[in-house]
Design a protein around this ligand. Sequence first.
Ligand code: 5GP
Length: 112
Amino acid sequence: MSDTLFSKIINREIDADIIYEDDQALAFRDINPQAPTHFLVIPKKAIPKLSDADEGDQILLGYLLLVARRVAAQEGLEDYRLNINNGPGASQTIFHLHLHVLGGRSFSWPPG
Ligand code: 5GP
């Protein structure tokens, strides 16, 4: 297990506003929200980034999308944006795979 900030949130060594948890995944509010609603969905399995996932993670990766959908509905979101930053060049700063879910405002495209 790598010792990232997100593994510390999973292990309750660091506080977070956790809004969903099950045996495979956790969702919590981003500390620096970029939209009125901004939460992160993470697997409990410590995959550093999407490009480190492999075929054995197929079910888990799909499951994370279902968790994102479930928590977005729980948060009352109809339209929302999902984002995964993969690697430093894509602005990933914490190397534990996470899906950003943003909602509550309109979003432009391309994202920049
Ligand atoms: P990344 O840039 O790696 O895709 O996203 C990391 C996200 O984690 C950022 O949006 C950042 O605001 C969030 N973050 C960083 N530190 C903490 C923290 O201690 N608690 C929470 N809840 N979010 C954090």
